[in-house]
Design a protein around this ligand. Structure first.
Ligand code: ARG
Length: 230
C-alpha cells in the first residue's frame, strides 16, 4: 500500500472550457488560464502537494474526458445536476449560481423567459442553459462551442436572447456588453457548482478535504473576494 501511495500521481490533470469568465478564461493574447475556478483548483492542488496541469477542451467533452481518464477533474463552473450525477462524482458545492436571460439593450419585447416562446435563443453546448432553452415552447435553440460565439450571435441579432449563468452574464456586462446587452427577468434555477470526477474517484474526497481547509483558513474567502468583491 505504501508503494502504491508512492506511485500515486503527482500531477492533477484539470480540464476546463475557458470562455466562462470570471470562473475560467484567458486574457486576450495569453494562454494562461485565469479565474475563480482556476485559483481554487490551484490552491487545492497546493494543499494536496500536487502539481495542477490545466487543459482546454469543449464543455461537452469534459465528462467523456473524465470517464476515459484523459483528465482527473473538471473545473468548469459545472452545475451539480441529477443527470450528471449518473455519469460522474461531484465534490461538495463551491459556488451558488443560477440562470438568467440576456437580450440586447434595445429589446423591449422580452422581459422574462415567458416572452421567449417561439423565439431564437443562443446557448453554450451541453450546459444547463441549453437544457433550459430546450424547454421553452416553440423556441429555436442554437448551441455554440464557446460563450464568445454565444454573445456574438446575440449582438449580431442572429438570436433574440441568450440563457447563461448569472455571474457570467453580470461579468460580461461589466467587461464588454455594458452598452450592448442587459439581463431581464428573475434568476432562474438555483444551481451549485462542483468539481467533477470519474465516478467513485478517490480524488473527490481529497478535494473536499482541501476545500474545507481553504474555507477554514480564509484562502477561499480571499479568492472569492478577488473575483467577486466583498
Ligand atoms: N453552469 C453551467 C453548466 O454546468 C454552465 C457551465 C459552463 N462552463 C464553462 N466553463 N463553459 O451547465
Amino acid at each position: 500500500d505504501t508503494k502504491q501511495a508512492a506511485k500515486e500521481q503527482k500531477v492533477i490533470k484539470v480540464g476546463t472550457e475557458p470562455t466562462f469568465a470570471p470562473f475560467e478564461f484567458q486574457e486576450k493574447g495569453s494562454k494562461e488560464f485565469t479565474g475563480f475556478d482556476m485559483d481554487l483548483a490551484r490552491a487545492i492542488g497546493k494543499k494536496l502537494g500536487k502539481k495542477v496541469e490545466i487543459q482546454n477542451m469543449g464543455f461537452d467533452a469534459l465528462i467523456p474526458a473524465l470517464n476515459s481518464g484523459n483528465i482527473d477533474v473538471a473545473a468548469a463552473g459545472m452545475s451539480i445536476t441529477d443527470e450528471r450525477k449518473k455519469a460522474v462524482t461531484f465534490s461538495d458545492p463551491y459556488y451558488t449560481s443560477g440562470l438568467v436571460v440576456v437580450v440586447t439593450k434595445d429589446n423591449d419585447g422580452v422581459k422574462s423567459i415567458k416572452d421567449l416562446e417561439g423565439k431564437k435563443i443562443a446557448v453554450q453546448i451541453g450546459t444547463t442553459g441549453a437544457d433550459k432553452a430546450g424547454k421553452v415552447p416553440g423556441a429555436k435553440v442554437t448551441s455554440f462551442n464557446t460563450n464568445a460565439e454565444v454573445f456574438l450571435e446575440l449582438e449580431n441579432k442572429g438570436v433574440d436572447a441568450v440563457i447563461i449563468d448569472k455571474p457570467v452574464a453580470q461579468y460580461y456586462l461589466i467587461k464588454e456588453g455594458k452598452d450592448k446587452d442587459k439581463i431581464v427577468g428573475d434568476t432562474m434555477d438555483a444551481e451549485s457548482y462542483g468539481f467533477a470526477f470519474k465516478k467513485d474517484s478517490k480524488l473527490a474526497a481529497d478535494f473536499n478535504k482541501a476545500l474545507a481547509e481553504l474555507k477554514k483558513d480564509g484562502e477561499y474567502d480571499k479568492i472569492y473576494t478577488k473575483w467577486f468583491g466583498k
